[in-house]
Design a protein around this ligand. Structure first.
Ligand SMILES: [Zn+2]
Length: 304
């Protein structure tokens, strides 16, 4: 992945909350077991599942401020200067933080064009917040252990960037590479698009190979594929075949069957919330090849 060195970057929607989270210190979500043992993976994913279920239920976690559902307490969070030096594509080529900004800019460009042209939904961008330790969000206080996630009430994507090396490559055995994070960001952006389109309200069944939760997640992978195909041809980003392989390998690493195996459980489709490795790769590829919201209609698919 390379960026056009002359491109100007827009850091206005990307911020870093630093370490520790809100005043009062980090609140860790209690987890049974450590994060290195096999059971830890299961525990991490249970928390991810918990957050996603809360989000899909439409309410989000209770806001500490107790405000309206669109309110957020992230204004209490300090913003570090992590992204202040990200000015151009040249910066993105030499600095992974600036590469994150460039990917965000590309996602915004793509969906600002695509969403109104392929649907009757108007686009508005998500915010993107990096942190370490813990962070206050419109879905409540989140710790690094939940992994990257999208919070519908404040339309924000949150990620602790240590997730990629520690969990995705470390615990789940992904091969890594510079396109792993763009795939994950594009997946989370897919959830933002679903939120704008009202798709999250269609989720009734939360678990199982055929569940609406799995359909929602596979659709986010499909949307990630749509953006990837665009990025490949865009003025801002140049991709090579290895990048596509990295996206597919990441989709494989976060498949429910793979995670169940890695955490020492047997494979049990009844417990799935995101879809199998094979399904996640297949829907990413479908979005990549077809490039349309219609092709990503997992809710109408009889066979996932
Ligand atoms: Zn997801």
């Amino acid at each position: 992945m390379r960026f056009n060195p002359k491109a100007r970057l827009d850091t206005s929607r990307v911020r870093d909350g630093g370490g520790g989270g809100a005043s009062g210190g980090p609140m860790r979500i209690p987890l049974p077991g450590g994060t290195k043992a096999g059971g830890g993976i299961g525990a991490v994913l249970i928390v991810i599942l918990f957050l996603i279920l809360q989000q899909c239920a439409g309410g989000g976690l209770p806001s500490p401020g107790g405000g309206t559902s669109s309110g957020t307490d992230t204004s209490r969070m300090q913003d570090t200067e992590r992204y202040d030096n990200c000015k151009t594509g040249d910066d993105a080529n030499t600095d992974v933080d600036c590469a994150r900004v460039a990917v965000e800019n590309s996602l915004v460009d793509y969906w600002a064009d695509t969403l109104p042209s392929q649907s009757d939904t108007q686009f508005s961008p998500a915010s993107m917040t990096t942190f370490s330790g813990a962070v206050p969000t419109g879905c409540g206080q989140a710790s690094s252990q939940v992994g990257p996630f999208y919070c519908p009430p404040d339309q924000g994507i949150y990620l602790d960037t240590t997730f990629f090396a520690d969990v995705l490559e470390g615990q789940l055995g992904g091969q890594g590479g510079d396109f792993v994070e763009p795939y994950v960001l594009a997946h989370e952006y897919g959830h933002h698009v679903q939120n704008l389109m009202g798709t999250m309200g269609r989720v009734r069944t939360q678990q199982g190979a055929d569940s609406d939760a799995v359909r929602l997640e596979l659709q986010a992978d499909c949307y990630a594929g749509m953006w990837t195909a665009h990025a490949e041809d865009s003025e801002l980003i140049t991709l090579d075949p290895a990048d596509i392989e990295e996206a597919l390998d990441s989709a494989k690493a976060v498949g429910d069957d793979r995670i169940q195996q890695k955490s020492g459980q047997g494979v049990d489709p009844e417990g799935w919330t995101h879809g199998s490795s094979e399904q996640r790769m297949a829907w990413f590829t479908r979005g990549y090849e077809e490039g349309s919201l219609e092709a990503c209609d997992t809710f109408s698919a009889s066979d996932l």
